[in-house]
Design a protein around this ligand. Structure first.
Ligand SMILES: [Mn+2]
Length: 250
């Protein structure tokens, strides 16, 4: 898909999928370097209740410590230098070990905790301006559990105290230079972003329909809608709206 010039959105799976996806993007970018064309910096914008930075985890499955799971993708991505920087937002589970990992990666990794979420659109924009260089290519990794369970209970690791769907959308819209309206999936914005941050690939992960709250049960003729499924669909639509820029165009 990358070779065909499209900017892919990966949907589904747990967070372990992000490591191979980012590795694929890194390898594609490395092949596209020419003498006359330098790579733009690559920033990974990571929405998540968790930092997913564990060096390794023992899940108690008689497999011992594993370094390849949904708890560790961003440790591997940083170790392998697959991105220039990692910006994690909405996190609210930073253990001492995770904070130590963040520090170990130095200035390449930063985290915006949910409790410090900017309280206005202007401050969200200011955060993006500060953390993501204007000339950046951006990979967005969106773990649905960044949203508070009140908005998206359809995840495996429920973590209260999260951000709202509105707050997540505001950051996506600010990233795309759109603060006026939504529905950007219907409005190709290639002219808007050509000299700005360019979202080149994204994933939306950790949706678990078995934990969803289904609305409309028992109402004859009414469609049954999952609360978390609706939130995921909205996020997917806005991610698609950001992925409209052909990769060849700089
Ligand atoms: Mn998570």
């Amino acid at each position: 898909m990358l070779s065909a010039g499209t900017a892919p959105l990966a949907i589904g799976g747990d967070h372990s999928v992000s490591w191979p996806l980012v590795a694929a993007l890194h390898s594609f970018r490395a092949r596209s370097v020419t003498a006359s064309r330098e790579l733009r910096p690559l920033t990974l914008l990571h929405f998540d209740a968790h930092s997913d930075l564990y060096e390794s985890v023992d899940f108690g499955l008689n497999e011992g410590q594993t370094r390849q799971s949904h708890a560790s993708p961003f440790a591997r991505i940083l170790e392998e230098g697959l991105v220039d920087s990692l910006v994690t937002v909405g996190v609210r589970t930073l253990t001492e070990g995770c904070r130590a990992q963040l520090e170990a990666f130095g200035g390449r990794a930063t985290a915006l905790e949910a409790r410090n979420w900017p309280q206005s659109r202007e401050n969200v924009q200011a955060f993006i301006e500060m953390k993501i260089p204007c000339s950046s290519d951006v990979y967005i990794s969106f773990d649905l559990d960044v949203l508070d369970p009140a908005y998206a209970p359809a995840v495996s690791h429920l973590e209260p105290g999260g951000i709202s769907t509105r707050q997540a959308l505001d950051m996506l819209l600010c990233l795309g230079g759109r603060t006026d309206h939504e529905g950007s999936a219907n409005l190709p914005n290639s002219n808007v972003v050509s000299s700005r941050r360019r979202v080149v690939m994204a994933d939306l992960v950790e949706f678990n329909p078995r934990h969803d709250l289904v609305l409309g049960v028992g109402e004859p003729g009414m469609p049954r809608q999952g609360l978390g499924a609706m939130a995921a669909a909205k996020i997917a639509k806005e991610l698609l709206g950001l992925l409209t820029q052909p990769l060849e165009a700089v």
